[in-house]
Structures are given as C-alpha cells and as structure tokens.
Design a protein around this ligand. Structure first.
Ligand code: SF4
Ligand code: F3S
Length: 105
C-alpha cells in the first residue's frame, strides 16, 4: 500500500485524490491519509504530490510511523474524491520539518 506522510501536513495540495482510481483518500483538517485496505498499489498518486508526501510502505519510515496512522485515521475521517483549494499558505509549509507534533490532524 501507499502511505501519506508528514510532508502533507499543512500543505494538503489534494492533487492525489484526483488521480486515485479507487478513491481511497480520507481527509483530516491538515492532511490526508490513505486507507491501506482500499489502496491497490497502483502508484499513480506518488509523483502527483507537490510535497512528495506519498511513499510506498516498503520504505521503512513510511511503514513504521505513518502506516499505522494512515490505517487508524482512514476509518475516522471522511472520504475525499475531489480536489479542493489547497491552503493559502501551503507553499510556505512545504519544506518545514517536524510538522507532526503541532499540526497533525
Ligand atoms: Fe490510490 Fe493508487 Fe495512490 Fe493507492 S497508490 S492511494 S490506489 S492512487
Ligand atoms: Fe497531501 Fe500531497 Fe495529497 S500534500 S493532500 S498527499 S497531493
């Protein structure tokens, strides 16, 4: 499966939802997650994300921390299938590190 990671937080460009063939993205206030049981591993979302937030769970970091988080929140947050306007300050958050502690949701 593919996993959304920290880089999505406060960027939330939503280009990913436009290309996903199975609509398996779920929306929190500041980021999206992928439902791991619905993702068919096609990989088309990965290059679409301007923040490079999407990774295959074969990468250790994506799997360990973000795999569990994607699974948990995909069952709590609403499904999103259409791109909306990204946050006005999305570009300013693109290269910020350690966004999780203060801005995750
Ligand atoms: Fe959707 Fe494919 Fe990305 Fe999985 S890898 S979230 S199925 S676009
Ligand atoms: Fe997030 Fe990238 Fe999608 S910033 S909302 S994973 S396009």
């Amino acid at each position: 499966t593919y996993v959304v990671g920290e880089a999505c937080i406060k960027c939330k460009y939503m280009d990913c939802v436009e290309v996903c063939p199975v609509d398996c993205f779920y929306e929190g206030e500041n980021m999206l997650v992928i439902h791991p049981d619905e993702c068919i591993d096609c990989g088309v979302c990965e290059p679409e994300c301007p923040a490079e937030a999407i990774k295959p769970d074969t990468e250790a970091d994506a799997a360990e921390k973000w795999g569990e988080l994607n699974r948990e929140y995909a069952t709590l947050w609403p499904n999103i299938t259409r791109k909306k306007d990204a946050p006005a300050d999305a570009d300013a958050w693109k290269d910020v590190e350690n966004k999780f502690a203060e801005h995750f949701s």
